[in-house]
Design a protein around this ligand. Structure first.
Ligand SMILES: Nc1ncnc2c1ncn2[C@@H]1O[C@H](COP(=O)(O)OP(=O)(O)OP(=O)(O)O)[C@@H](O)[C@H]1O
Ligand SMILES: [Mg+2]
Length: 396
């Protein structure tokens, strides 16, 4: 399957609980290399938490996150729950068992617990070693490039080799994934100059050469539509749109493969929104970026995203290509979100009715529970058996 694009990020049954709040509850999706994946849903549905879980700002509750097949996130709760459940089942069964049966059940339980603990330890080891594995790979690449050039190399080249090697040794998988934060005011330290803000990641990664750092900062400023004279100013001296450009510069200086853009335009005027979206689009083409684009409004992601996932209260309720989602919205919550988009068409606007979504009215999940199912190829909806049949009939 060499012509199918590589899966860059795989989020697998992600759960992130804060006490009783299930901010993200069993969410799965994949992002292919080069794709823009839109994640939408109303305030509080868990979009930011999903993004922050991916960049490892949280120890996730359960589920796994993979980057290029390397496990970068794993939650321990599901393993502990499995063990707990097995122990309870054992207690129930063993109560009425003959001694021989009891012995067999105990052996079964022990084997199961040992297996779950082994899986949990594997997850812990993967997490601990993912950066190491990545940096070892980077070191090997640098060695392969420079070693053949080291016969009669001039001191400058030797120095360059050393520099690159030092960076490779400090390379972290996590710098491959950068986030543009939701709030451009809160996310920029007011005591730091723009130069310091943009250069921070490079310095953490091991770059020491001040000239290299300055040149890189100037290059990034110009790339996002600012000028080098802005480098010595402070964030409060900029407009909202300019601040968001600083956030973009800070993210792309690390030369990441994946950008998580968390509502990068929600706080901006409509005219400025288009500018920032255009900037992201240009960067996407120039740098071959893959983007997870978070928004609460479907109209913002419509033209920009290849595929869209719709979240409601911590759950993914629908996922499809952008075209498919707009042509055949299926989950009632998606229909409700779509009905909220105004169009520049007076006749349409006059008749446009906002469809309200009330899960208690729309679904009867008292017996038949919903799961996330593929109703047509690539189009997933959260539904139970009855809804699955109805949605498929609707689409045909
Ligand atoms: N650090 C935290 N501690 C406790 N609860 C949190 C934390 N972060 C988020 N939550 C809760 O988790 C839920 C999801 O929040 P999240 O910020 O992910 O939503 P969102 O979809 O990004 O919303 P918005 O569109 O308003 O940014 C909310 O109920 C929120 O109150
Ligand atoms: Mg948010």
């Amino acid at each position: 399957m060499s012509n199918t694009p590589e899966t860059l990020l795989k989020v697998d049954h992600l759960c992130q609980y804060f006490g009783f709040t299930r901010a993200v509850d069993d969410v799965s999706f994949e992002i292919k290399k080069g794709e823009v994946f839109g994640l939408v849903g109303e305030s509080g549905c868990g979009k930011t938490t999903t993004g922050r879980s991916i960049i490892k700002l949280y120890n996730i509750t359960s589920g796994n996150i993979y980057y290029k097949g390397i496990r970068i996130g794993a939650g321990m709760k599901s393993y502990k729950d499995d063990i707990e459940r097995a122990k309870n089942e054992y207690k129930e069964k063993v109560a009425n068992a003959t001694p021989e049966e009891a012995q067999r059940l105990k052996a079964e339980l022990d084997a199961y617990v040992a297996d779950r603990k082994k899986a949990m330890n594997e997850a812990k080891r993967d997490l601990k070693e993912c950066d190491k594995a990545y940096s070892a790979q980077q070191v090997a690449e640098v060695n392969a490039k420079y070693e053949p050039l080291m016969n009669n190399a001039n001191p400058e080249l030797v120095q360059e080799y050393r520099n690159e090697l030092r960076k490779a040794k400090r390379a972290r998988l996590s710098s491959q994934i950068q986030m543009i934060f939701q709030d451009p005011i809160a996310s920029l330290d007011p005591r730091m100059t723009v130069r310091e803000i943009i250069a921070e990641g490079l310095i953490i990664r091991g770059e020491r050469n001040k000239k290299v750092i300055d040149e890189k900062v100037f290059e990034m400023l110009e790339r996002v539509g600012l000028v080098r004279e802005h480098a010595d100013r402070y964030p409060h001296e900029f407009s909202g749109g300019q601040r968001q450009r600083i956030g973009v510069a800070r993210a792309i200086i690390m030369n990441p493969e994946l950008i998580i853009a968390d509502e990068p335009v929600s706080a901006l005027d409509v005219s400025i929104q288009a500018q920032v979206i255009n900037l992201l689009n240009e960067l996407r083409e120039e740098m071959g970026l893959t983007i997870l684009f978070i928004a609460h409004d479907l109209s913002v992601v419509k033209y920009f995203s290849d595929r869209i996932g719709v979240m409601y209260f911590g759950k993914m309720v629908e996922l499809a290509t952008s075209d498919e989602l707009f042509a055949h919205p299926t989950h009632p919550y998606t229909k409700s979100l779509l009905s909220a988009i105004p169009l520049p068409d007076p006749v349409y606007e006059k008749n446009r009715k906002r469809i309200a979504y009330d899960p208690l009215v729309e679904h009867d999940y008292s017996v038949d529970k919903p799961t996330f199912r593929e109703i047509t190829p690539g189009h997933f909806v959260s539904c139970n058996d009855e809804e699955f049949a109805r949605y498929q009939a609707e689409l045909n």
